[in-house]
Design a protein. Structure first.
Length: 230
């Protein structure tokens, strides 16, 4: 079942449609927040939220004292504008499907990260891992740090598309990270496999890093599949 769209999501779609059908052309100034609020019959705050999201995705640009403008379109902008529409169609309870998507993305990004990582990436991943180890008895915190670890891997790919897609999907992934959290005790197994992933990335062993990431997410998929069949 499709989720009901929030006002800001409706505005996002309407703005997206105006850009994609050419009503608002690249480099052109869009209508004001007040004008859009009246046009779409929503509160101004909903318009602002939609615009801020599009600015974050490099679809729109706000110029001080001038207003908000459509940025010059390029493949990454078209990609950015497509993904949120897909997300709006997703049932947030489709945990297995979300994890299958995450596995497909993260195995590839882990391999690239191991190949391209620099000292800054290693420092960031190591710092997150150490925090995971310190919070092994705090399941909620551990799950959040787990998501941060995956995000840092995407950043380490140095691939703009991987980074953008992960940023867009981050909230969705984190929501499901909570559902796959280990409720039968401390997630010692997850901590160990994250250490193996980290070590492989440090050693630039692309194959081993990808293997351990796939093993990690396949294990999560198997746990969720069992739960959802109960």
């Amino acid at each position: 079942m499709k989720k009901k769209l929030k006002p800001n999501e409706i505005v996002y779609r309407e703005i997206q449609h105006k850009i994609m059908n050419g009503t608002w052309k690249p480099m052109s100034k869009i209508a004001s927040e007040n004008e859009l609020a009246r046009e779409f019959g929503v509160a101004r705050v909903s318009v602002r939220e939609a615009i801020e999201k599009m600015i974050a995705l490099d679809i729109l640009e706000k110029k001080q004292g001038q207003g908000t403008f459509v940025k010059q379109l390029d493949p990454s902008i078209s990609f950015n504008s497509l993904i949120p529409s897909i997300i709006l169609e997703i049932d947030k309870n489709s945990t297995v499907e979300i994890l299958e998507l995450r596995r497909a993305l993260d195995v590839g990004s882990t391999k690239l990260c191991a190949e391209r990582r620099d000292d800054t990436d290693i420092k960031k991943l190591t710092n997150i891992y150490n925090k995971m180890a310190s919070n092994i008895n705090n399941i909620d915190k551990f799950a959040h740090l787990d998501s941060q670890f995956h995000k840092a891997i995407a950043d380490g790919t140095k691939n703009k598309m991987y980074k953008k897609l992960n940023n867009i999907l981050f909230d969705l992934f984190e929501y499901h990270q909570e559902k796959i959290a280990y409720r039968k005790g401390p997630p010692t197994g997850a901590l160990k496999i994250h250490k193996k992933i980290l070590d492989a990335i440090i050693e630039k062993d692309t194959q081993i890093a990808a293997i351990y990431m796939e093993r990690h997410l396949t294990s999560a998929l198997e746990r969720i599949s069992k739960v959802e069949k109960m």
